[in-house]
Design a protein around this ligand. Structure first.
Ligand code: HEM
Length: 514
């Protein structure tokens, strides 16, 4: 088996594929043997040409996990209706249902919009089958509508912080119960079908907000130019603010810059298969370069501060991302079904049951970025959970990735000659040092990420809690629990503990060469 090669994207299919296997390792020289330059060049060439696997994984040699061409900007007729509903939500500036000081007019505007959404006809999606470009745009549009639909609803009175102003009357057909939110079948049916076809959960994911959500700043003058961090902008947003766009683009830039890491990773893994002394020298060199590149990713991450204001992000952008498991206004999401699905429920197969009662409903997180997962797998960072039987957050996040990217990660995990074991076994001082430099750079990326999470979530969360407690105090309704700030990640995780753990797991991966 060899490292999957980064190749051209296969836009024609999203069909599930088994990870292809690479050349047989038995035909390669043993790890320590010295072979002449011609033989090793032939071996490396064989590894490169044996199976051009990466095109199966939708990993492009120029853009990595990002779409290599601008994703579809608008669905054709008759699905244009969905686009119009989304446009209306954005242009009428729908407000969050639990916004502090929400006016009755704002609540009424979003109630009317939800009513229109609920009355939309159920549009068929069978025409999208096997057409990933259409499927991706359909998932994006429907999930933006879904999040507008859910998050524009005020919390039920019993659950209401007295700081927000719930609408005076019933919130409409969408919330007949205090414990659940009904997603009308005009959205739920096409969304469940599209999500099933794409094999991702029926809510907003990192791929909707970042990977398949960009276009060129200005119309390109040459055919299909490589998208650069400075030449792209975001297509679809909740708030159309610079802050929201910057939040998505920051991840996009990291994905694009990470392409060079993917190439070094491939070369490293090929050299591990050859495994001679020349390989050791080359891998040492590649790892130093990878360390430098991860340092660049860290700088890109920190640069989010230039155009994304923490208060705007926390109070106006992030709440739209909340999934079913977010701590605020926790209510079950019920995907309403058509008669066809309901009738089938008596004898539905397990896979269908999963489709109508989705269990994975965490909001989007850059924890779904395949680039960071690839680095973990390549360097051997193990994010296992301490409690047995519990799936780790990181492995759960892989379910939200485009299916072919998930398969790419599986293929990497199945590598029979992992880098860390090779470095340990060779025990070459320079190699170990370079390996630790790369792991150290990833640890520093996570240090920086903790600074960003503190700046963008913990700080604003504390300030928001203080404001809410003040408002309650004025009404004489403050309780002990209001003084406690519970901060959860968008994916529902206990933020601080979780981020510290992933950083710790990274540190533990070092071999002691620094
Ligand atoms: C303003 C910018 C950012 C904020 C506020 C932020 C916040 C968070 C939060 C709250 C989590 C906890 C998990 C969850 O979502 O529940 C998380 C996890 C994660 N984020 Fe970010 N993030 C930001 C930018 C990024 C970027 C640009 C990347 C890289 C593309 C990234 C990569 C990750 C990864 C890989 C995790 C999983 C935990 C880990 O690997 O340490 N984040 N982030």
């Amino acid at each position: 088996m060899t490292a999957p090669r980064v190749g051209s994207v296969n836009e024609s299919s999203v069909t599930a594929t088994s990870p292809p296997s690479g050349p047989l390792t038995s035909s390669l020289p043993s790890q320590t043997s010295d072979i002449n330059e011609t033989t090793r060049a032939a071996h490396l060439e064989a590894l490169k040409t044996a199976i051009p696997v990466a095109h199966v994984f939708d990993v492009d040699q120029r853009t990595g996990f990002m779409a290599p061409e601008p994703p579809l900007a608008r669905l054709p007729d008759p699905w244009e209706l969905w686009e119009q509903m989304l446009d209306e939500a954005v242009s009428s500036r729908l407000q969050l249902g639990d916004k502090l000081g929400l006016t009755p007019e704002e609540a009424e505007t979003s109630r009317l919009w939800r009513e229109k959404v609920a009355k939309m006809p159920v549009l068929g999606v069978s025409e999208f089958t096997g057409k990933p470009i259409l499927l991706r745009r359909a998932h994006l549009v429907l999930t933006f509508i879904l999040h507008f639909y859910v998050q524009s609803q005020s919390p039920p009175k019993s659950n209401t912080t007295s700081t927000s102003t719930p609408p005076s009357t019933s919130t409409g057909p969408d919330s007949d119960s205090e414990s659940c939110i009904h997603i009308p079948k005009s959205i739920s049916l096409p969304l469940l079908r599209v999500s099933k076809e794409l094999d991702i959960p029926p809510l907003l994911t990192f791929s909707d907000t970042v990977l398949y959500n960009w276009t060129y700043n200005t119309p390109p003058t040459t055919p299909n130019p490589i998208p650069q961090p400075s030449t792209i902008r975001t297509q679809t947003m909740f708030t159309n603010t610079i802050d929201e766009e910057e939040f998505y683009l920051c991840s996009g830039r990291i994905e694009l810059r990470g392409v060079e890491i993917l190439e070094h990773m491939r070369m490293t893994m090929d050299e591990v298969f050859v495994g001679d002394d020349i390989a050791v020298r080359r891998i040492t060199e590649y790892l130093r370069r990878v360390a430098g590149l991860i340092g660049e990713l860290k700088a890109l991450l920190m640069s989010v501060r230039e155009r994304c204001d923490p208060e705007v992000y926390y109070n106006e952008v992030r709440p739209w991302f909340r999934g079913e498991d977010s701590v605020e206004n926790k209510r079950k999401w019920v995907f309403d079904l058509g008669d066809e699905e309901r009738e089938g429920e008596g004898g539905v197969k397990e896979s269908q049951r999963e489709m109508v009662h989705p269990t994975e409903l965490s909001g989007p997180s850059a924890g779904q970025s395949s680039m960071v997962h690839v680095l973990d797998i390549f360097l051997g960072v193990d994010h296992r959970m301490t409690s047995p039987g519990q799936e780790s957050f990181m492995s759960r996040m892989q379910k939200y990735m485009p299916r072919n990217h998930r398969l790419f990660l599986d293929h990497l995990k199945a590598n029979p000659r992992p880098l860390r074991g090779f470095v340990e076994a060779r025990g070459d001082a320079e190699l170990v040092k370079a390996f630790d430099e790369a792991v150290g750079a990833l640890k520093e990326f996570r240090d920086a990420h903790m600074i960003i999470a503190t700046l963008y979530i913990l700080g604003p969360a504390r300030r928001a809690a203080r404001r809410a407690a003040e408002a309650k105090k004025e009404k004489g309704a403050v309780q002990e629990k209001d003084k406690k700030v519970v901060v959860k990640g968008t994916g529902g995780s206990d933020l601080v503990t979780f981020l510290k753990e992933t950083r710790e797991r990274t540190k533990e991966t070092m071999l002691g060469g620094q």
